[in-house]
Design a protein around this ligand. Structure first.
Ligand SMILES: [Zn+2]
Length: 291
């Protein structure tokens, strides 16, 4: 039986409370999580996003000073994916694959903590992160987080259909229950990661949206600071808003079959208690293939 663990790796606690997260006291710090997935498969452990890594904890200067201070990034070794996975009884070498929604500093920091893993990412994202063509890109993309001999596996943002979205289905070395769903806008090659479970699908939407209220079917809304932050960080804001609207549509039409969550909303993470784990069904139990 395959299990899916929901991890929060590394948090950010900017001042302003509910102006960011919608629930913390106004004159306290907000709670912004980094929601990652650890999927047990026949191909080994698969980590979806890595949060901050051990080297970020040891050397915070790997991150841009601006984002480290503005977001009040909390760097604690016990919160790294490496240490959390070890606490579950696994070894770092058990992680055979890492799939990244994108290469921002708060998603890619732990790549080096799993040297045996293949890292799956869209080709345009790796190209943008390598080029670092703007002042924003030089702050958000931190190549020291993936320097060394990373085993990259890149894909073009196209492929088969999945609930009206394009998806990349045949990820090298991974079971077909795990898909890349391109959702550009936040960055050039940003994507969601879909995984099929016994109850339907999970879609880790990464930073395609930041606040649970943005997917409300009626009167969708966002907190002022997260609205500002998303606009600031958008590589293509029109595409970002279009993809957010498509995710709302997906929730409207298939909300029972696809459970959506983003990377940074603490309340959404709370929807997934640690146990029992989500399960991926045996082949005979699989749902009919969606169109
Ligand atoms: Zn992020």
């Amino acid at each position: 039986m395959t299990r899916i663990h929901h991890l929060s790796r590394g948090t950010m606690c900017p001042f302003g409370g509910r102006l960011w997260d919608g629930f913390s006291p106004l004159f306290s710090s907000a709670k912004i999580v980094c929601h990652c997935l650890l999927i047990e498969t026949d191909a080994g452990l698969v980590l979806v996003d890595t949060g901050f890594g051990l080297a970020d904890v040891r050397n915070p200067q790997r991150l841009s000073t601006f984002f480290r201070l503005a977001n009040r990034v909390q760097l604690r070794e016990a919160e790294t994916a490496r240490r959390q996975i070890e606490a579950k009884g696994f070894a770092a070498a058990d992680v055979r694959h890492i799939i990244l929604t994108h290469l921002d500093f708060d998603h890619a920091g732990g790549i080096a903590d799993f040297p045996g893993a293949t890292v799956h990412v869209l080709d345009i994202e790796l190209a943008a992160a390598t080029k670092r063509g703007s002042a924003l890109d030089r702050r958000r993309y931190r190549p020291m987080q993936w320097e060394g001999s990373v085993d990259w596996q890149t894909y073009t943002a196209d492929g088969e259909r999945w609930f009206g979205f394009r998806c990349v289905r045949d990820l090298v070395g991974l079971p077909p229950e795990i898909l890349i769903v391109p959702l550009a806008g936040h960055t050039a090659g940003h994507c969601g990661i879909a995984a099929r479970t016994a109850d339907g699908w999970l879609l880790h939407a990464g930073d395609a949206y930041f606040y649970r209220g943005e997917l409300h079917l009626q009167e969708y809304h966002c907190t002022p600071m997260l609205r500002f932050y998303q606009r600031l960080m958008a590589t293509d804001n029109t595409m970002r808003l279009n993809n957010q609207a498509r995710l709302r549509q997906l929730k409207t039409t298939h909300g029972r079959l696809v459970r959506l969550f983003c990377a940074h909303d603490a309340k959404e993470l709370d929807m997934f208690p640690p146990q029992p784990a989500e399960t991926v069904p045996a082949p005979a139990e699989r749902l009919a293939e969606p169109v």
